[in-house]
Every structure is written in C-alpha cells, then in structure tokens.
Design a protein around this ligand. Sequence first.
Ligand code: HAM
Length: 430
Amino acid sequence: MSRPAAPRGTRDLFGDEVRRFHHIEGRAADCFRLYGYEELRTPVFENVELFRRAVGDTTDIVEKEMYVFEDRGGRALALRPEGTAGVVRAYLEHAWDQSAPVKKLFYAGPMFRAERPQAGRYREFRQTGGEFFGNGSPEADAETLLLMRDILAAAGLPKDAAVFSVNSLGCARCRPAFRDALRAYLEPKKATLCENCQRRLAVNPLRVLDCKGDGPALGDAPVSTDHLCADCRGHHDRVLALLRAASLRFVETPRLVRGLDYYTRTVFEVTVAGLGAQDAIGAGGRYDGLVKSLGGPDTPAVGFAFGVDRLARALEAHRVVIPAPRRVFIAQTGNGTADAAFRLADEMRAGGLWESAPLAVEVGAPGKSLKSQFRAADGWGAAWVLLVGEEELKKQTVILKDLRAGSQREVSLARAVTEVLETIAAEKPS
Ligand code: HAM
C-alpha cells in the first residue's frame, strides 16, 4: 500500500531545521520585547471577508492564493495568508484603539498561500512579525527597520548579508496621480500584458508591476517617488535621513511596490544574496488607512514580517551554528544499578535546566544488554555515556565516556552530575 505523503508545498520540520526556527522566533521575541512589543496570537483562520478587505481584492494573494473553505455552519473562512489583517482585527475587537491607541504587537506562526512551490516558497510557511499602531511619524518607520536589523543580528546573520530596500508609495492624496501616470504608461502596452493584468490595469495598475507572469519589461515605468506630495516627500526624506544616521545598509528602490494593497508611504523589503529566486526574507511598510477601512478610527500603523523559513535558509547558507543540546546517555549494567541510573538522570535533568548550554538526558532501559544500550546511545546522537556498572557502584564511582573522543575516565558518583555539567559547559557549542 502506498504510504501517505505531506501535501504539496508543506513539509515536516525536525532536527537542525526546527532548532533554527526556535532560535529565530526566540531571538525575534527578545528583540520585539526590547522595543516594547507584546505577543498576540490570532486564529489560523479568519472570515474570508477580512482578507478581501485588508489585503485587497485584486492582489494575487486574494485572487489566487487563499485557502478558502466553508465550515459546517456555511461560514466562508480562509486560512490566513498573512498576519497583519488578523492583528488589526484583534486591535479593533479588543477596543485597543480606545484603551491603548499606541500599541505594539508581535506574532509568530504559520501562514498559508497556494503558490507554486519551489526552494524557499511553500504553501505553509511561517512568519514572525510586528505591528506598531498609533504613531505616524517617520521615526516609527525608521525604528521598525532598525528592529528588523536587530532581529537579524540577534539571529546571528552576518552584518552585511542582508540588504534593505526602501521606497515610498505615497498616500491617498498623491497616489492617484501616480496611478494615472502608470495607467497612461501601461495602456499602450495592454495587448502584451497577461490576461490578469489587462483586467487589473483599470482597477489597480500598481498590481501590474507586481505580476509574477512573464509580461513585458517595465523597467522604464513611472516611479512612485516622482509623484509624492510635499508631506509624503518630507516624511520619506526624514525616514532616509534617520536610517543613514543609524548607518543602516539600505538602497532606495523606487520600483518596490509590494504585493498587498494596504500600504501607504514607506515600504521595504529585506533580501539576502545566494538564496535563489526567493531571496526576500522579510518585508513590510506603513499602512495608515487600514484600521479605518476595517471600521476603526483613523490610526496610523507600520509593521513587517520575516519569513522564518527563508531566514532559516539564510542562516544555513551563512553557516550560522545554533547550539544543539549536549546529549548524555546513562547506561547501566549489573545488579542494583537501575536505581542509581534513574537517580542520576533525575539529578542531571534538574542541573540541566539552564538555557545557555541545553542538555538532553536519556537512560538505557533496565534489563537491556550493554551492547544494545550503546546502540541506542549512538542512534540518539549521544556525545557522552555515563556508565553505571555493578563493580564501580561498589566503589561509589561511574565511568564517563566521551564517545567522539573515544576516551573515558572514572568519576565519583557524588560528583558525576557536576563533572558532566562542567565538562559540557567548557566545550564549544557545535
Ligand atoms: P509579505 O511580503 O507578503 O508581507 O510576506 C513577508 C515575508 O514572508 C516575505 O518577505 C517572505 O520572506 C515570507 N513569505 C511570503 N510568502 C512565502 C511563501 N510562500 N513561502 C515562504 N515564505 C514566504 C506580509 O505578509 C505582510 N503582512 C508584512 C507586513 C506586516 N506588513 C505590515 N505588517
């Protein structure tokens, strides 16, 4: 009978990969807290209407990529394709717009998009991101970018590996002029555009710039920064000045448009070279109109999300080592050794509850031969075996074996736990 397989575009996470995910989400959470963010966990599915209104009806995400389903009560739901819409929904649902108009929220979790899978692009992927409500200043945008920089540094990505691209899309006042210029530029090329873009041209020409199909080259299309109103220009210049003063490595990218409709003014994307086509490890921007368009008061907001799967690939590509737990296997042989082995494991686990050098402790099953216990230790990836033998126990000692070095020494039973912990702490993580 054929064995079941994970659905296309999804995968199991284990071993080094899952360790990298924990590391990224953990270091990101530290940074978010440092910047005053609180964690929010929103549902994995929401009413489909929320994404239509927030992300935009003419975006690829809403038009083609959402997992939409009807529940038994006939409600139209969707697996969340991104995190911002749910966070804004929660911000309004809990009336934080009234009780805490300035609010910073962060999240981590799976997102779902029915995209064509390839290296770095999945149908289930994970994001960790943050949303900053109630501060419309350029300082809030610059701070958001510096927070992204700090998360990458805390995750261990080398300083020069990431490039920040920054642009401004203008606001509700100046965007129409840009849209008109874009439409005028695209209209003569209409016949060469894909079917989707021909339709989008009338409603939302910005989406044409974001087309993933093989349409015509649009390298000389008008750019948003040529159409900014005085306020947006001033805002943008101040963001760039703050980033320069902070020595952030960024490039002004007038062609950056982003694939979601809610953005206003500042938008940005972070890429890492060497990851192939899917080199964007994170992105975001300001979205001053979204809270209001979902029924709330006029509230400025800015946010971003890292793709955890892609950031994990970047760490791997840059050979960033995440410390693995040191595995200690306690083997036993002979009469009366099971009690001592059981007690040793308990003491060692109590001593191992410290974060900087994680420890994993396993005990051989009583009654199994020494050979089979060593096989188990090997299969489990033990670095050390603590052997509790009948003869040694009489002398109140145990044997500590370093499996990689192939060496061993006898240590006193009373000091065994301290001895192992000290030896491990002195080792370099691998
Ligand atoms: P986004 O650019 O659609 O923005 O996604 C953010 C990041 O998620 C991307 O840069 C990428 O690293 C990762 N990502 C997206 N799709 C996939 C996929 N199919 N497979 C693997 N990784 C993927 C947003 O989602 C916005 N909500 C960000 C934001 C927050 N803007 C304001 N606040």
